[in-house]
Design a protein. Structure first.
Ligand code: PAN
Ligand code: ZN
Length: 187
C-alpha cells in the first residue's frame, strides 16, 4: 500500500535546478540517448570521449500514481552531436494524459509529434507549453547556457520511450549559424 501524501510547499532552486523537498534525481548521459541522434559515428565518438552529462531531472517526492500530480525540474546542458542539439529522450504517455511545461532558465523549446504532425513551442523567457494527450514530447536546449523547465503531469501518465526510438519525432533540431532550425524527418 502506498503512503498517503501530505500537502507541502516546494522550493525550485533555479541556480541548481533542484527541487526541495527532493524526490528521485535522474541523470542522463549521452550514452542513455543511443539510437536517437542522426550521426551515429559522431555520437559514439562523443560517448567514448567522456560520455557527457546531457540532462538531469530533479523530482518532488510525489508518487507516479493515479490521482497524484508529480512535478520536476529538468535541466538540459548546452551542447550538440554533429550539430544536433542536446535534448531529452522524449516519450509518449502510455495513458491518454496531457502535461504542462514552464520554462524557468536558459533557452529551449518543446518538440511535439502526434505520429503525423510535428509542432514546436518555444519555452524561453518563462513561456508555458501545453502538451495534449496523444502527443510525444521532447525538449531541446537551443542556447549556450543550461536550459531548465518545470514539468507537471498526471501520476497515471506512464512513459513510453520505445515508440520514440522506433518512430522518431518527425523532426530534428539542429544548430545553424544564427540559431537553430527544425529539419523534417520522414517517419
Ligand atoms: C518530463 C520528462 C523529463 C525528461 O518530466 O520526463 O523532462 O525527459 P524524458 O522523460 O523524455 O527523458 C515529462 O515529460 N514527464 O512526463
Ligand atoms: Zn511527459
Amino acid at each position: 500500500m502506498s503512503i498517503p501524501t501530505t500537502p507541502f510547499g516546494a522550493a525550485l532552486d533555479i541556480a541548481s535546478g533542484l527541487v526541495s523537498p527532493e524526490g528521485p534525481l535522474q541523470e542522463r548521459r549521452l550514452s542513455d540517448l543511443r539510437g536517437l541522434y542522426a550521426d551515429e559515428a559522431a555520437f559514439e565518438a562523443a560517448v567514448a570521449d567522456g560520455d557527457p552529462l546531457v540532462y538531469t531531472v530533479s523530482a518532488a517526492p510525489v508518487p507516479e500514481e493515479a490521482g497524484e500530480v508529480p512535478f520536476s525540474i529538468t535541466t538540459i546542458e548546452p551542447g550538440d552531436v554533429a550539430g544536433e542539439l542536446f535534448m531529452t529522450k522524449g516519450h509518449w504517455h502510455t495513458a491518454h494524459e496531457g502535461e504542462i511545461y514552464e520554462g524557468k532558465a536558459g533557452r529551449g523549446g518543446l518538440l511535439l509529434f502526434d505520429g503525423a504532425r510535428t509542432r514546436w513551442i518555444d519555452l524561453s523567457d518563462g513561456a508555458v507549453g501545453y502538451i495534449p494527450p496523444g502527443w510525444a514530447h521532447r525538449t531541446v536546449n537551443t542556447g549556450d547556457q543550461p536550459f531548465r523547465f518545470l514539468a507537471v503531469y498526471p501520476g497515471a501518465a506512464g512513459h513510453d520511450y520505445e515508440r520514440v526510438l522506433e518512430r522518431g519525432m518527425g523532426a530534428r533540431v539542429v544548430r545553424t549559424q544564427d540559431g537553430f532550425e527544425l529539419q523534417e524527418v520522414a517517419s
